[in-house]
Write a protein of this length. Structure first.
Length: 169
């Protein structure tokens, strides 16, 4: 059974087997968590992402999918990049957000990762409401069969932490 922990802080400071990156489809870095992971992890992550773009993902990584690279200088073995959906008031994209967590756990299992740190995918610039994102994230992780022993949701601030804590009950 997977243990779920909450941490308030900086995901780039976590010591785990894999850190999940809320990436954009280009895989070439960006703002928020994505930019922080690329900055702290160093050039090896960007180089690995460029290799992925040159081979399997010429048009970018599709929303809801996940792929792994080296973690560079982070305190992890791998970074699992996943592209969350942009929130929409007129279209239910919940399944795409759930897919980010399922696919990241699938990749973690393929890698043999036992500890995985997740951010709150899609809640930054993609504007997904935190309460709904926390519900989808926690339910998906609870209901996805995995060999991962510990999932950490690493939340940047107290309001996000409190929202996830309410979802975990």
């Amino acid at each position: 059974m997977t243990t779920i922990r909450l941490v308030q802080g900086d995901i780039t400071r976590e010591t785990v087997d894999a850190i999940v990156n809320a990436a954009n489809s280009s895989l070439l870095g960006g703002g928020g968590v994505d930019g922080a992971i690329h900055r702290r992890g160093g050039p090896a992550i960007l180089a690995a992402c460029r290799d992925l773009r040159a081979s399997h993902y010429g048009k970018g990584l599709p929303t809801g999918q996940a792929v792994a690279t080296t973690a560079g200088e982070l305190h992890a073995r791998w970074v699992i990049h996943t592209v969350g959906p942009v929130w929409s008031a007129s279209e239910d994209r919940s399944e795409l957000l759930a897919s980010c967590y399922r696919e990241s756990l699938r990749v973690a299992d393929e890698l043999g990762a036992r500890t995985v740190a997740f951010p709150a995918v899609s809640t930054g610039v993609y504007r997904w409401p935190m309460d709904d994102a926390a519900r989808i994230a926690t339910q998906t992780v609870r209901n996805t069969p995995t060999s991962v022993e510990e999932v950490r949701f690493v939340l940047f601030d107290a309001p996000a932490y409190d929202t996830f804590a309410r979802q975990l009950g």
